[in-house]
Design a protein around this ligand. Structure first.
Ligand code: GLN
Length: 448
């Protein structure tokens, strides 16, 4: 099969099924065929992703193509540079086939906050694919592409992976450069891959990770393959996420099956408690909204995208933002500016930062005893479109198990662990020690 023949298959499949699923905002067909033609067979060994079609979440810049963040404010924005992570995929031989749908500025858990359209879950078109990287997760689940990129600030790779029955990996904070990723909450944002199998995400991660001079928070991470048996690891089951309210019986049942499986293989498993995890949601919604309110200040009608002219600069500013941002984005900007305003900073942002440290400490303590921590990726399987749109809090709750991992900057992966009685996929989350991404992937690969 040549790269061109593979692309014929990919675009045929997308054209046949994507009108129902709506994974893609933009297809880069002409570009893709040009790349396919230029790939040389003698580079096959040196380029690990040679000829592999890849989809990119539409909040990652790709030079010459629209990067909308699913927002009206960036509807016609064409970046003049490519994000480091995407460039590294291209340099490794990957062929970018399109940009995928998301919740506006990656704020949400269902893609229903996209200003353009909602993506459907390929397992049940009435249901959401999760979010915010729902377009990428559904594109892999529908087998349009074997690999896609996402960004994960509070669960946006792992939760949609869980809802769509694919693998989603959020690496340790800093291992993949954020250069060219439209910022949501900079201390939490992390780029990572979706794949059909753990080995797919491992390959994409190996290519994307490592130091980048364009991102001062990027880490000189070097992936070193490990060859260690799953039996040598100790596993902790997070009590707070096992016992918490809101977890479906079938989701918990799937977790019990995993525990039974580990025990039958003589792997050490025990329940472990992280008492401050119960504060994760309020901490996250203070830290993330505060950082978002500051990051989104750049959309002022002057530098990027939409401009709705008013009689002076102030009116232009407020009209542009008033018409350009959707309601969830506005809600977050308001919450964030409130939490950061003078007189409230100490009570909200500072307090949240302190509790964040307690959560980090809980993980550190747990990792003195265990190599990996496990829990369900999400309390439920994919919910119906419209079910949670009128109640933001219930939407926020779907990330209760993924958010603590971002607050602590840890690597976390979601792998399929069965399905419920409606045939909807359930995901298992495995959390690793910081910069121990290689062992986490080794463990997940053997468990898969
Ligand atoms: N659902 C969470 C939120 O709305 C997480 C989003 C994300 O990880 N980008 O903030």
């Amino acid at each position: 099969l040549s790269p061109k023949e593979l692309l014929d298959f990919v675009f045929k499949r997308i054209k046949l099924y994507d009108p129902k699923i709506n994974s893609f905002i933009t297809l880069t067909e002409e570009y893709a065929y040009k790349v396919a033609e230029s790939l040389r067979f003698d580079e096959m060994d040196s380029k690990p992703l040679w000829g592999i079609p890849v989809a990119i979440k539409d909040n990652m810049c790709f030079r010459g193509f629209k990067t909308t963040c699913s927002s009206k404010i960036l509807e016609n924005f064409i970046p003049i540079y490519t994000s480091t992570a995407v460039q590294r995929l291209i340099d490794a031989g990957a062929i970018i086939v399109g940009k995928t749908n998301l919740d506006e500025f990656a704020m949400g858990s269902s893609t229903e906050n996209s200003a353009f359209f909602t993506t459907s879950n390929p397992w049940d078109l009435e249901r959401v694919p999760g979010g915010s990287s729902g377009g990428s997760a559904s594109a892999v689940a529908a087998r349009f592409v074997p690999v896609a990129t996402g960004s994960d600030t509070g669960g946006s790779i792992r939760q949609p992976a869980s809802f769509c029955g694919v693998v989603g990996f959020k690496p340790t904070y800093g291992t993949v450069s954020r250069y060219g990723l439209v910022a949501f909450a900079s201390s939490l944002d992390q780029i990572g891959p979706f794949g059909i199998k753990v080995k797919d995400v491992e390959l994409a991660f190996r290519v994307m990770s490592g130091k980048d001079d364009m991102d001062s928070t990027s880490h000189p991470y070097k992936f070193i393959p490990v060859d260690k048996s799953i039996k040598e690891y100790k596993v902790g089951v997070i009590k707070e996420l096992y016992e918490a309210e809101g977890f479906d019986a079938e989701v918990l049942n799937s977790l019990s099956n995993v525990i039974k499986l580990l025990k039958s293989e003589n792997i050490y498993v025990d329940v472990c408690s992280l008492p401050h995890l119960k504060y994760s949601l309020p901490v996250y919604y203070l830290v993330a909204t505060s950082e978002a309110s500051s990051n989104l200040a750049r959309f002022d009608g002057v530098r990027y995208g939409l401009r709705v002219k008013g009689k002076d600069i102030n009116e232009t500013f407020s009209k542009t933002r008033g018409q350009g941002f959707g309601s969830e984005v506005k809600r977050r900007i308001m919450l964030g500016t409130y939490a950061l305003s003078s007189g409230y900073y100490d009570a909200y942002y500072l307090k949240a930062s302190k509790v964040r440290t307690l959560i980090v400490n809980d993980f550190e303590k747990a990792f003195r005893e265990y190599d990996f921590l496990i829990c369900p990726t999400s309390p439920t399987t994919a919910f119906k479109k419209g079910d949670k749109t009128s109640d933001p809090l219930s939407m926020y709750l779907s990330d209760i198990a993924t958010i603590p991992v971002n607050l602590a900057g840890l690597p976390g992966i979601s792998i399929p662990s069965g399905c419920d009685n409606k045939g909807l996929p359930i995901g298992l989350q495995i959390i690793g020690k910081p910069f121990n991404d290689n062992e986490l992937l080794n463990f997940a690969d053997q468990l898969e």
